[in-house]
Design a protein around this ligand. Structure first.
Ligand code: NAD
Length: 489
């Protein structure tokens, strides 16, 4: 049921396209945005045509040179002001995300904090885009290295973190002096629309950021990527779509950043603090109802502690409360839609049919909303689909190992390489794992790694480039090198 507070908030959220600083209707009618906990429509928003998308690129490209010349301090201050406004509106943004995406309110508040940090961090980084000036090794020349904005960027984001995935791209793009067209996921566009209204309030000039919501995603994206005015694509989403965008981007030799799927190993050694490992596992798996690229996907546990680990996990899972994320005490919300429920059910049923033991959960929940019980499976093997595929649901599958070499081999037995989690009390073993596990990020005795100050990203089929940290702004900067004859030669 939608409360009066929810109805009042939803009525305030813009529901049109944001192009060149104006709210406009889409040429292709409207899109309904639903609450995954009830299936009920929350808001009807504009559906952009390909031509609407081109108008957004017209706007982004006409103001690119002016935005690039805008002093870095001014760009940074707009981001900082946006951060401050977001803190004032934190409760609105948290509720909005819970409504459109389903995560419990406490987690949505966490995302406001995390997502907001990108505005603050890159507001600070805007004034630290430094180059260098040095003599050539021969002493005959002076070398200057500078950085300048890449140009208009197309930013495509997924539904699972409706705020953070957008700020993680928009903030460094703006800090670097790039303009942007943002295409949020059609399932969760309301947070992006609210965010761009906030950026406007913070002083962002018209045309610098444009927002397009559309069901013609593939056609619109292909058209923008083929346009010579576009200079960069930054995408967060599934690996197959990322691969397709990389192929399209090749024709115009576009800069690309790809934050793609994951299949994170969560390795527990016999010497680990088991309580800490269980707490870490709960965070690494159930945050966002298992729908995170960083979600632990394969629990690789030493055979001497696996049974005890499973029992302690099951206790925690049994204590979880499933429901609409707005309700008090709810720790696990719905999945994003019924397709996600069916996929999770397929993975669990398949594993059980192949010999895995169901310890707790295992069922879709009937009666409205897209719910699936938090689940623990033991006796999982690498061959099962629940290990080989990205689950994107609240399912823990435990595999067992006996030697350190076997643990590393199992951890690396995937085409993905986003993040790995290792729990061990042995510092040297921890150091070896950092070197041997083939991922872009690692949680060592930690079940969560995301931080605006850290470079987020993967290797192998988990992607290209990094978001956040000192590295994040360079995704939106070109390097220019100039040589001059030495004044002393
Ligand atoms: P998705 O690939 O289906 O969609 C992501 C975005 O791409 C959406 O905005 C969607 O509308 C758009 N899209 C879909 N088809 C497109 C096309 N042909 N051309 C252009 N755009 C297209 O992914 P999803 O289901 O929204 O998100 C889940 C996936 O995202 C998971 O694989 C998850 O691991 C990944 N993810 C990765 C990270 C990361 O930082 N590595 C973060 C969050 C999610």
């Amino acid at each position: 049921m939608t409360s009066a507070r929810e109805a009042e908030l939803l009525a305030r959220i813009p529901n049109q396209l944001y192009v060149n600083g104006e709210w406009v209707d889409g040429e292709d009618g409207t899109i309904e945005v639903a609450d995954p906990a009830t299936g009920k429509v929350l808001r009807t928003i504009a559906n952009a045509s390909v031509a609407d998308g081109v108008r957004a690129l017209d706007a982004a490209s006409s103001i690119q040179a002016e935005w690039a010349r805008t002093p870095a301090r001014v760009r940074g201050e707009i981001l900082r002001k946006s951060f401050d406004l977001l803190q004032e509106r934190a409760e609105d943004f948290a509720l909005l995300m819970t409504l459109e995406m389903g995560k419990p309110l406490a987690e949505a508040r966490g995302e406001v904090a995390y997502g907001g940090e990108f505005l603050r961090w890159f507001g600070e980084e805007a004034v630290r885009i430094t180059g260098r000036y040095n003599a050539s090794p021969e002493g005959t020349g002076q070398m200057i290295v500078t950085h300048r904005p890449v140009g208009p960027c197309y930013l495509i984001t997924p539904w699972n973190f409706p705020l953070a995935m957008v700020t993680r791209k928009v903030a460094p793009a703006l800090a670097a002096g790039c303009t942007a067209i943002v295409k949020p996921a059609t399932l969760t566009p309301l947070t992006t629309l609210a965010l761009v209204a906030l950026l406007e309030e913070a002083g962002l000039p018209p045309g610098v950021v444009n927002v397009i919501t559309t069901t013609s995603t593939a056609a619109l994206s292909e058209r923008l990527i083929a346009d010579p005015r576009l200079r960069k694509v930054s995408f967060t989403g599934s690996t197959p779509v990322g691969v397709q965008l990389l192929k399209q981007s090749a024709d115009n030799v576009l800069r690309t950043s790809m934050e793609l799927g994951g299949n994170a190993p969560f390795v527990v050694f016999a010497d680990a603090d088991l309580d800490a490992a269980v707490d870490g596992a709960i965070i690494a798996k159930f945050r966002n109802i298992g729908q995170a690229c960083t979600a632990a996907n394969r629990f690789i546990v030493h055979e001497s502690v696996a049974a005890e680990f499973a029992v302690r996990l099951a206790e925690k899972v049994n204590a979880m409360t499933m429901g609409r994320g707005t309700e008090d005490g709810v720790t696990i919300g719905p999945l994003i839609d019924d397709k996600a429920v069916a996929n999770t059910a397929r993975l669990v049923t398949g594993a059980v049919a192949q010999g895995a033991t169901l310890i707790v959960g295992g069922n879709a929940v009937a009666g409205g909303g897209s719910f699936f019980e938090p689940t623990v499976l033991d006796g999982v093997t690498p061959e099962m689909a629940v290990s080989a595929e990205e689950i994107f649901g609240p399912v823990i599958g435990i595999q067992r190992f006996s030697t350190e070499e076997e643990a590393v081999r199992l951890a690396n037995a995937t085409e993905y390489g986003l993040v790995g989690y290792v729990f061990t009390a042995d510092a040297k073993r921890g150091q070896r794992m950092i070197e041997l596990i083939d991922t872009g990020m690692m949680g060592l005795n930690a079940g969560a790694v995301s931080n605006a100050a850290g470079p987020f990203g993967g290797v192998k089929q988990s992607g290209l480039g990094r978001e956040g940290g000192l590295e994040g702004i360079h995704e939106y900067l070109e390097t220019k090198y100039t040589l001059m004859p030495s004044a002393f030669a």
